[in-house]
Design a protein around this ligand. Structure first.
Ligand code: CAA
Length: 260
């Protein structure tokens, strides 16, 4: 990015990129500039050979309380349709090929919940609250919530969340399959960083292939997904890291992956 971002903070820890959403007075409400900054950073990390995995997080009170309602309030149909509001920049996150972990504490509502679901998995603090409350505003979720939530938690709970606008706490979210782990708030970043560092130590081509293949399970049918998996599984036998990973196991030593 050419200028310093205003609404996100960016740092790295080893091969892990960390993006912290930082608009605390508005509970990290997501406006266009914030999403542009986030996407530009995720794309820069994706292109950076020194980064293997990214964490997106917020603050204790909010991961993100949704799209910026004040900014949206006066939009007309013509405004949002012509500018591809939300699709334009949000959909770019789907194109990121390296893993993204959402480390969620506090509110993840509306677009905040959708942003977390756009990441590859969610680690939640025990104070996290998830919801799709758009119905209360006379709209519906617009960044994939009606599609990703049912795939994560099933139709019954997704309908309940989307139609009533109620929130789900961390414990319910883990039980329902929306989040992969729940940890005490003060352990959230340690846990997310531990997971990210673990991923970074694996061979990057296999990590990218794993992400791409699991995502197929969300978007296509079973037999196409299994065939896609089989082809990428076969293709990984062309990497140097497959030779190294298996040789290391046979020789009872740690692998030294070169991401090649
Ligand atoms: N947009 C803009 N500002 C927001 C916001 C949002 N989504 N969420 C919170 N804020 C602002 C509040 O307006 C308030 O600002 P002021 O101090 O200037 O008044 C500040 O953040 C703190 O919020 P509250 O005083 O409301 O804090 P609270 O602790 O009492 O309540 C809350 C917290 C329950 C999260 C409440 O703020 C809330 O309901 N927020 C809106 C949640 C929402 O509806 N999200 C969906 C948005 S639509 C969407 O996301 C569409 C899509 O699919 C992409």
């Amino acid at each position: 990015m050419s200028h310093t971002p205003e609404f996100i903070q960016v740092r790295t820890e080893g091969r892990v990129g960390i993006v912290t959403i930082h608009r605390p007075k508005q509970l990290n409400a997501l406006n266009d500039q914030l999403i542009d900054e986030l996407v530009a950073t995720l794309q820069a990390f994706d292109a950076d050979d020194n980064i293997g995995c990214t964490i997106v997080t917020g603050n204790e009170k909010a991961f993100a309380a949704g799209a910026d309602i004040g900014a949206m309030a006066s939009y007309t149909f013509a405004d949002v349709y012509k500018t591809e509001y939300i699709t334009r920049n949000w959909d770019a996150i789907r194109g990121i090929r390296k893993p993204i972990i959402a480390a969620v504490s506090g509110f993840a509502l509306g677009g905040g919940c959708e942003l977390a679901m756009l990441c590859d998995f969610i680690i939640a603090a025990d104070n996290a609250k998830f919801g799709q409350p758009e119905i209360k505003l006379g709209i519906i979720p617009g960044a994939g919530g009606t599609q990703r939530l049912p795939r994560a938690v099933g139709k019954a709970k997704a309908m309940d969340m989307v139609l009533t606008g109620r929130m789900m706490n961390a414990e319910e979210a883990e039980r329902a399959g929306l989040v992969s782990r729940v940890v005490p708030l003060d352990k959230l970043m340690d846990e997310a960083l531990g997971a990210a560092l673990t991923i970074c130590n694996y061979s990057l081509p296999s990590v990218m292939a794993a992400k791409e293949t699991v995502n197929r399970a969300f978007e296509g049918g079973l037999s196409d997904g299994v065939m896609f998996e089989r082809r990428l599984f076969h293709a990984l036998f062309a990497t140097a890291d497959q030779k190294e990973g298996m040789a290391a196991f046979v020789e009872k030593r740690a692998p030294n992956f070169q991401h090649l």
